[in-house]
Design a protein around this ligand. Structure first.
Ligand code: NAD
Ligand code: AHE
Ligand code: ZN
Length: 377
């Protein structure tokens, strides 16, 4: 007998979510049923809902930034048990696939194909409404108060961590801090530029502060983001609308130092998903060694461009997914950092709401009025 669960269903691109009862089949071999207690709303959910995601499927239950409790385990599950507190992982960690074994990447490939098809690893969907199939999303579907996940796609976390805060570690916090620590490996004294000071960019800033960066320049079109960036360690703010001339020239000028007065940042981070800004981020890097990390996700058909000269002269373009974190290994540690007061989460959660009001979270994000909204079930 399927479980009746409450979910926000995305029926079509560009349409508000519809909150309704849906049917959920129980866990099969290697899977767990999780009661989701809270979920953040990330810009990637909006990206898919907008229709820009080439992998976007409808109807679907979106959401990938959750936290909850295991309520049932299927056959052959050994790493978690009923009652465990967990964070769903849109990048699983199987520890067996060639990518996991390579130790060179966090991009586990064990279930990526079926995940992209909006189904569980056995090729079926567990969600339906009136007998009609609903797609899973990013292997998580946290916009439902219960969901089914492969055991390799849950990180077991400590029991005393508040769900309504640590759900953010399921994407934004880990992505931002991980991009600094795991991907860029920023060193003390570095100069960095962060493009886009939203739910991800502010976490890049707090990661840069943790890493001991000296100069942290934040770039955002929204003037309210100056105060937000400063709360987490930003040292300078640039609003492109207030720069008289060329943004890149302005940033390079700000970062000039040393006898040769060659400007450019040691590290830049694009946290918007705008391909023109990605170019600006690369070209704001220091000649010879500057690294630009792409975090933002750009829509179908979008491409990046630059003069090859930018790379010939030693700038490096890199990307990162989930901050390079291996979820089952790294997420519990990030929860510990939060519980020990080493990283901030609470001030970035600007809005909480029940599932019935989830569309407000998307409006707040589009209007630049929130950093993170969290649905509490
Ligand atoms: P957000 O909406 O909270 O923040 C975006 C910020 O960018 C806002 O402050 C906005 O004012 C600013 N902005 C928009 N256009 C700008 C421009 N032209 N110049 C400067 N600033 C501009 O979004 P978010 O949740 O922080 O997500 C940011 C991006 O990161 C999205 O593309 C999202 O899909 C992506 N993302 C990627 C990963 C990953 O693993 N790579 C993980 C999470 C999110
Ligand atoms: N479907 C998109 C892919 C978007 C993308 O790159 N997603 C990131 C996570 S964003 C989290 O908010 C990711 O994990 N990428 C690795 C992967 O395997 O998808 C598109 O553009 O096609
Ligand atoms: Zn996300």
């Amino acid at each position: 007998m399927p479980l009746k669960v409450r979910a926000a269903v995305a029926y079509a691109a560009g349409k508000p979510l519809e909150v309704t009862d849906v049917a959920l089949d129980g866990p099969r071999a290697g899977e767990v049923l999780v009661e989701i207690k809270a979920t953040g709303i990330c810009h990637t959910d909006e990206f898919t809902l907008s229709g820009a995601d080439p992998e976007g499927l409808f109807p679907a239950i979106l959401g990938h930034e959750g936290a909850g409790i295991v309520v049932e385990v299927g056959p052959d599950v050994s790493s978690v048990k009923k009652g465990d507190h967990v964070i769903p992982l849109y990048i699983p960690e199987c520890r067996q696939c060639p990518s996991c074994l390579s130790r060179k990447t966090n991009l586990c490939t064990a279930i990526r194909t079926t995940q992209g098809q909006g189904v569980m690893p056995d090729g079926t969907s567990r969600f339906s409404i009136d007998g009609r199939k609903l797609h899973h999303y990013m292997g998580c579907s946290t916009f439902a108060n219960f969901t089914v996940l492969p055991e390799i796609a849950v990180a077991k976390i400590r029991d005393d961590a508040p769900f309504d805060k640590v759900c953010y570690i399921g994407c934004g916090v880990t992505t931002g801090i991980g991009a600094v620590i795991n991907t860029a490996k920023v060193e003390r004294g570095a100069k960095a530029i962060v493009f886009g000071l939203g739910g991800i960019g502010l976490n890049v800033i707090q990661g840069l502060r943790l890493a001991g960066a000296d100069m942290i320049i934040g770039v955002d079109l929204n003037p309210d983001k100056k105060a937000w960036g400063e709360r987490f360690g930003m040292t300078h703010f640039v609003n492109p609308n207030e720069v008289g001339g060329d943004l890149v020239a302005h940033l390079v000028d700000m970062t000039k130092s040393g006898a040769d007065q060659i400007g450019g940042a040691d590290y830049t981070f694009e946290c918007v998903g705008n391909v023109k800004l990605m170019r600006a981020a690369l070209e704001s890097c220091h000649r010879g060694w500057g690294q630009s990390i792409i975090i933002g996700v750009a829509g179908s058909g979008q491409e990046i461009a630059t003069r090859p000269f930018q790379l010939v002269t030693g700038r490096v373009w890199r990307g990162t997914a989930f901050g390079g974190a291996r979820g089952r290994s790294d997420v519990p540690k990030i929860v510990d950092w939060y519980m020990a007061g080493k990283i901030a989460i609470d001030p970035m959660i600007t809005h909480t709401m029940p599932l019935a009001e989830i569309n407000k979270a998307f409006d707040l994000m589009r209007d630049g009025k929130s950093i993170r909204s969290v649905v509490v079930y």
